[in-house]
Design a binder for this molecule. Sequence first.
Ligand SMILES: C[S@@+](CC[C@H](N)C(=O)[O-])C[C@H]1O[C@@H](n2cnc3c(N)ncnc32)[C@H](O)[C@@H]1O
Length: 238
Amino acid sequence: MAPSAGPASSASSAGSAGSARPVVHTYWETAGATMTFTHPLDQGLLERYVPRDARILDYGCGYGRLTARLEELGYGDVQGVDPSAAMIERGLREHPGLKLTRQTALPLPLAEDSFDAALLFVVLGVVPGDADQNALVAELARLIRPGGVLYLSDVPLQDDERHLRRYEEAVASAPYRAYGTFSTPDGGLFRHHRPEQLRALLHGNGFVVEEERTGAAATLHGHTARSVQVVARRAPAP
Ligand SMILES: C[S@@+](CC[C@H](N)C(=O)[O-])C[C@H]1O[C@@H](n2cnc3c(N)ncnc32)[C@H](O)[C@@H]1O
């Protein structure tokens, strides 16, 4: 499948008011839905902030890899949502008991403050637009109760030559996209972030960063990249 020519093109931008469709690149209904995800969850970090009885949302859960992992770890109230039909079908096939739902519009049909914690694993990295990312994090701020936590993991800007070349080529061919956004030969569209940009996105939506770590993660395409993990707390109500 060819990379899409313009900004993530399979859905319109998610806005802040009324019902809007989250941006989902078609890759996640096709080649992307056959991939094996390996971006690591740090169990110690999770356990430090999220007790076993927490109500947890796995946002952009894909085929339920981490939703299933949390259940294995003894978390009893976990659900996953993802806009891709192919991902949710696969997740329900591979893990028939999991609570996985396809959700294609924002706001999600879930009550505000109804979660104690949410995971956001390699989702901002596939939603390249600033406004779309902001709508996504604003929705998480609506769903996570004051004092609850968001555990985010993604891929920051890399500094190796292969990535620097890739970023520069992407700037030349699609200068309207944020720096760090690039297409892969199999049709994926990804964005690597400056960590300060992730912090600003969280802060702008009422989250306070509690802990941030860097590590390494295998990418979807078989390379190793630096990763960044952030636990942020939704500011308690004044
Ligand atoms: C790299 S996968 C990660 C899946 C899962 N979080 C994991 O780590 O195993 C990215 C997921 O984000 C989903 N996604 C794409 N656009 C999205 C959006 N606007 N809102 C929420 N999820 C989205 C895709 O369908 C895909 O399942």
